[in-house]
Design a binder for this molecule. Structure first.
Ligand code: NAD
Length: 481
């Protein structure tokens, strides 16, 4: 049982109201932690602390080398405490241990190291201007106080994607983790302090949606970076319109995977299965709609269903587990509602379709579920399910497949399976998505941008693209006349 507080300035404190909430292990339904349930007063205090730190000499005049060193040290501390933090992520989020240990934890450390390097490479420009006797210089400046609001599916990684570039570029930050999974973010903030990042530069306000709303509405917050649902992203844009604060949005997805008639079906089955069920389908880039050439559809469906059935469903702590629990009972009921709608609307259920019972009955486990003959207008083909539900949709002609893959308001990820080199180059530009994978599982690398178009959001995280997200460009004219 862990008890956590808010980090405001140099103090770990309770919520101003004294309120607390509980977080649970989704594999058992047991309470594993109690966290301070912050509110508007706590956000006000955190914004004051972050604004003071932004203006302070301790942060503003710190050398790029020293800033980079601190971020590098956070990466080292993540690695030194890897076992403990990965176990915490599995406990709070439900992630299978192979995900928390081999992906979430190393990726968070890599992201800090990647942006540690950027701290010393934020170069400016001299632009040629036509006005005589003028020198036009451009500098990158930090934006100010960044409110970083994260979801529950990859709490540590998504906090790292936001915090590391925000700090590398000289901003100060307030982290607001999801109320279902606050523990690893609080731990990350502890490591930031241990790494020597000055007080007030990193703050954490745990709590529910009210904390996020207060951050977005606060005039002292200069930038919001949000990862979460599209509906909340839209609400954030409406609120942020009042003072036109900078907003970055990583929202939902409904990735289509096109399996061409020449695809290596066994590779496509394994790649799509794991692309769909990575973190139990609770991934914005999860592969969800499988457009399979009709000539290969029966083979694909039967192999996919057999492989899905063979996967070990169980608690994340079990190293053999591939499919862990869903994050909460509410979310499990939501996923089950989608599955029921698929059956009612006439999709053919091939396997799964219900909560897992037996020894798993107290946790929030759902059997990997495969539908075939899914029509484009069915709810399961249109809405983001965020669970272990795979919809196979046979097609006859490649142009038809591309048009159907693109007939969604989301645009985060697209996938192509083909052995034809020309198609591998020709199809990706036709797919409406921020990232296209060819013969590939969903991959995330600190050096490669991530983000969507349409209802999947605004802007790009990771890579050098994040530097743009966290800086303003200042132009200076010097009169040389
Ligand atoms: P959510 O939108 O319900 O909540 C996300 C965060 O926003 C939480 O911290 C929550 O407390 C806070 N919040 C809720 N209402 C708010 C409001 N009105 N104003 C400000 N903050 C508010 O999302 P979720 O259920 O935690 O996460 C699942 C969603 O996240 C899915 O839609 C998924 O696709 C998306 N996601 C996207 C990416 C990406 O990179 N595109 C990555 C991971 C998850």
């Amino acid at each position: 049982m862990r008890t956590t507080q808010l980090l405001i300035g140099d103090q770990w404190v309770d919520a101003a109201t004294g309120a607390t909430s509980e977080t649970m292990n989704p594999a058992t339904g047991e309470v594993i932690g109690q966290f301070a349930d912050g509110g508007k007063a706590d956000v006000d205090a955190a914004v004051d602390a972050a604004s003071d730190a932004f203006e302070s000499d301790a942060w503003r005049s710190i050398s790029p080398d020293a800033r980079g060193k601190m971020l590098w040290r956070v990466a080292e501390l993540l690695e030194e405490n890897a076992e403990e933090i990965a176990a915490l992520e599995t406990l709070d989020q439900g992630q299978p241990a192979f995900v928390s240990r081999n992906i979430s934890l190393p990726l968070a450390a890599q992201v800090f190291r990647y942006y540690a390097g950027f701290a010393t490479k934020l170069e400016g420009k001299i632009s040629p201007v036509s006005i005589p006797h003028q020198l036009s210089l451009q500098h990158r400046e930090p934006i100010g106080v960044a409110g970083l609001i994260t979801p529950w599916n990859f709490p540590l990684d998504i906090a790292a994607w936001k915090l590391a570039p925000a700090l590398a570029t000289g901003n100060t930050a307030i982290l607001k983790p999801a109320e279902q999974t606050p523990l690893s973010t609080v731990r990350l903030a502890e490591l930031c302090r241990e790494a020597g990042i000055p007080a007030g530069v990193v703050n954490v306000v745990t709590g529910g949606p009210e904390v996020g709303k207060a951050l977005v509405a606060h005039p002292g917050v200069d930038k919001i970076s949000f990862t979460g649902s599209t509906a909340v992203g839209q609400e954030i844009v409406r609120t942020a319109a009042v003072d036109l604060k900078r907003v970055g949005l990583e929202l939902g997805g409904k990735a289509a995977s096109i399996i061409c008639d020449d695809a290596d079906i066994d590779a496509a089955v394994m790649g799509n299965l794991h692309g769909a069920l990575f973190n139990t389908g609770q991934a914005c880039g999860a592969f969800t709609r499988f457009f399979v050439h009709r000539s290969r559809a029966d083979e694909f469906v039967s192999k996919l269903a057999a492989a899905a059935n063979a996967l070990k469903v169980g608690p994340g702590q079990d190293p053999a587990t591939v499919v862990g629990p869903l994050v909460s009972e509410d979310h499990l009921n939501r996923v089950d509602g989608f599955v029921k709608s698929g059956i009612e609307q006439g999709a053919q259920l091939v396997t799964g379709g219900s909560r897992a019972g037996g020894a798993l009955k107290n946790g929030f486990f759902y059997k990997p579920t495969v539908f075939t003959e899914v029509k484009d207008d069915m709810t399961i083909a249109r809405e983001e399910i965020f669970g272990p539900v795979l919809s196979v949709m046979p097609y006859d002609d490649l142009d038809e497949a591309v048009a159907r893959a693109n007939s969604t308001s989301y645009g985060l990820v697209g996938v192509i399976w083909t052995q034809d080199l020309q198609l591998a180059h020709k199809l990706p530009p036709r797919i409406k998505a921020g990232t296209v994978f060819v013969n590939q599982l969903p991959l995330i690398d600190p050096g490669s941008p991530w983000g969507g178009i349409g209802l999947s959001g605004w802007g790009r995280e990771l890579g050098s693209y994040s530097i743009d997200e966290y800086t303003e460009t200042r132009s200076v004219f010097i009169n040389l006349g």
